[in-house]
Ligand binder design. Structure first.
Ligand SMILES: [Zn+2]
Length: 287
């Protein structure tokens, strides 16, 4: 599932392509996504100019000139194909090498030679149209915790929340109501960099470690964005370039391999926490 860095990479690619452009035509090919595509999508979107393309957690928010917002979630396999004249760019996370038309759900046409197509094999993604004034209170965004790259995600906030919960720190980081946008890959990597055992109970985390956790969370996510996100299969950004952050994984999917932390010769172990694979180094993640 794409996490914050991959969605941010998609957002950056997309905004360069669509901001300031007028969406001339909307085509709906298949309404079946996590929620059925609203038949009225066309009415709200056609002939509107794209004002901005923002991201909140793993959601993309495309602001239109009529004060409506297109809320887009990529789910598990959602990808956006950007087509311009003879070039096709793909902005996706899990990407299956084939551009199968039967998985196309909708397209926005800007002019004859420029359009975007939303394609989703597993259909867990969705698109909704919301009034700008209703976005914050929508059921999707209302309960989201702070974006870890925002100023709201800081020492005081984390200290307060950690002391009030009793779950494993890994589950805490993956719980969207505490920190939004982080999934399995980055939760594992953040805890490794912070030398914290993923099973550690939140309220038992030493106070002095909290500033490191905040700093390392931002560091890992920013680094991944810089690398173009993580390409688990064949993710490609708009330039056709693959994301490279998977080369930087220190623990994720590295079971049995040597820990990459300087001075540590531990071996990465795989365990399950709430049925999710978790990777850590028993030697240096002892906090
Ligand atoms: Zn280690």
């Amino acid at each position: 599932m794409p996490e914050l860095p991959e969605v941010e990479v998609v957002r950056r690619s997309l905004s360069k392509f669509i901001n300031g452009q007028k969406i001339k035509k909307v085509h709906i090919f298949n309404r079946n996504l996590r929620y059925k595509i609203d038949k009225n999508l066309k009415i709200f979107v056609e002939n509107q100019k794209v004002i901005s393309t923002k991201r909140k957690s793993k959601y993309l928010l495309i602001e239109l000139s009529n004060n409506y917002i297109i809320l887009l979630h990529l789910g598990m396999t959602g990808k956006i194909f950007i087509l311009e004249k003879n070039t096709t760019h793909k902005t996706s996370f899990y990407y299956d090498n084939f551009f199968l038309k039967k998985h196309n759900h909708f397209s926005f046409e800007f002019n004859k030679s420029k359009k975007i197509i939303y394609n989703d094999v597993r259909k867990f993604g969705f698109v909704k149209i919301l009034k700008k004034s209703e976005v914050k209170s929508s059921s999707h965004l209302r309960f989201l915790g702070p974006d870890p790259l925002s100023g709201k995600f800081k020492n005081e906030y984390l200290k307060n929340k950690l002391s009030k919960t009793k779950k494993s720190v890994k589950n805490f980081f993956m719980d969207q109501k505490y920190v939004s946008g982080i999934g399995n890959i980055y939760a594992n990597e953040i805890l490794h960099l912070s030398s914290i055992n993923p099973r550690k109970k939140t309220f038992k985390i030493k106070k002095k470690l909290i500033p490191y956790l905040v700093k390392n969370t931002k560091l890992i996510l920013k680094k991944s964005i810089k690398y173009g996100g993580s390409s688990i299969k064949d993710f490609k950004g708009i330039s056709g370039k693959k994301g490279d952050f998977q080369e930087e994984f220190k623990v994720y999917e590295r079971e049995g391999l040597e820990c990459k932390k300087r001075g540590c010769n531990g071996k990465i172990k795989k365990i399950y926490i709430s049925n999710r694979s978790s990777f850590f180094c028993p030697k240096c993640q002892s906090n």
